[in-house]
Ligand binder design. Structure first.
Ligand SMILES: NC(=O)c1ccc[n+]([C@@H]2O[C@H](COP(=O)([O-])OP(=O)(O)OC[C@H]3O[C@@H](n4cnc5c(N)ncnc54)[C@H](O)[C@@H]3O)[C@@H](O)[C@H]2O)c1
Length: 255
């Protein structure tokens, strides 16, 4: 893809799942990638794996995006070593699935990561993008940011809000040549999916079959099918696209 080689990219939640695939793809495209994640061990292993596979620089910083001092310190490190940021992927998320019964504490926990955390990461990143003279911000929303789902109020409210942030930031940052878009996956089969099925005592294959039927294409997506779209949106091939939502949902919303 055009314009990715040599760019500096920050991917939050890049230790595993979609974030790992996104970090890998951006590294394959020639980006210098910074992974911010809570999980030290997974983050370090992922960084090593990607670096070995692509031969490009990949760095890991242990960051809890619900803590402003962590974010500030992490971007100081990026500024010191890379000087600028060209691409930010706001991918890290807290998963709390609760309906009307959600407690104030549960709301606080999910909002602190999915809304306040993503917003502060972006706030601290923008000066480094202004220094670069341009930038691309990609926020991970979901099909859950378009429709209601049973018992999902806490999560879906944040995924709707991320699309709102995308549109407001696209307007606020346009003067600085910073494009802001959302990528909205359907169900994507990750290790976390299989692990949470096992924890809940559900057979992952049976659950996969049930969820697959929700998509016109009759299956869950792969992390690589999301990372390819993120790379496109970050690249110069998408230079006239901002404030937009990109569905990667196997037709989930088309029915
Ligand atoms: N997997 C799916 O089916 C799916 C579908 C639609 C949207 N999404 C979105 O894609 C993104 C990634 O999802 P995933 O399935 O890969 O999740 P995942 O749980 O596999 O990975 C999330 C990563 O974020 C990190 N993280 C969580 N809280 C953090 C914090 N406070 N600070 C720093 N890092 C933190 C975790 O440690 C983990 O490495 C999320 O925004 C999610 O809402 C996922």
């Amino acid at each position: 893809m055009r314009g990715l080689n040599g760019k500096v990219a920050v991917v939050t939640g890049g230790a595993q799942g979609l974030g790992k695939a996104i970090a890998h793809r951006l590294s394959e495209e020639g980006c210098k990638v910074w992974i911010f994640d809570l999980k030290q061990q997974e983050g370090t292993e992922t960084t090593k794996t990607i670096r070995l596979a692509t031969g490009n620089p990949v760095y890991f910083v242990k960051v809890d995006i619900s803590k402003e001092d962590h974010i500030e310190k992490a971007f100081l490190q990026v500024a010191e070593e890379s000087g600028i940021v060209d691409i930010l992927v706001n991918n890290a998320a807290q998963f709390i699935f609760r309906g009307i019964e959600a407690t104030a504490q549960e709301w606080k926990e999910i909002l602190d990561v999915n809304i306040v955390g993503n917003s502060l990461v972006t706030q601290y990143c923008v000066p480094l993008m202004k220094k670069a003279g341009a930038g691309a911000i990609i926020n991970l929303s979901s099909v859950s940011g378009f429709v209601g789902q049973t018992g999902f109020a806490t999560y879906n409210a944040t995924k709707f809000a991320i699309r709102g942030l995308t549109k407001c930031w696209a307007i606020d940052l346009s003067d600085f040549h910073i494009r802001v878009n959302s990528v909205c996956p359907g169900y994507i089969r990750t290790d976390a999916f299989d692990n949470s099925c096992i924890q809940l005592g559900i057979d992952p294959e049976e659950e996969n079959a049930r969820i697959s039927k929700l998509h016109i294409l009759g299956r869950q997506g792969t992390p690589e099918e999301v990372s390819g779209v993120v790379a496109f949106v970050a690249s110069d091939d998408a230079s006239f696209i901002t404030g937009e939502d990109f569905m990667v949902d196997g037709g989930y919303l088309a029915k």
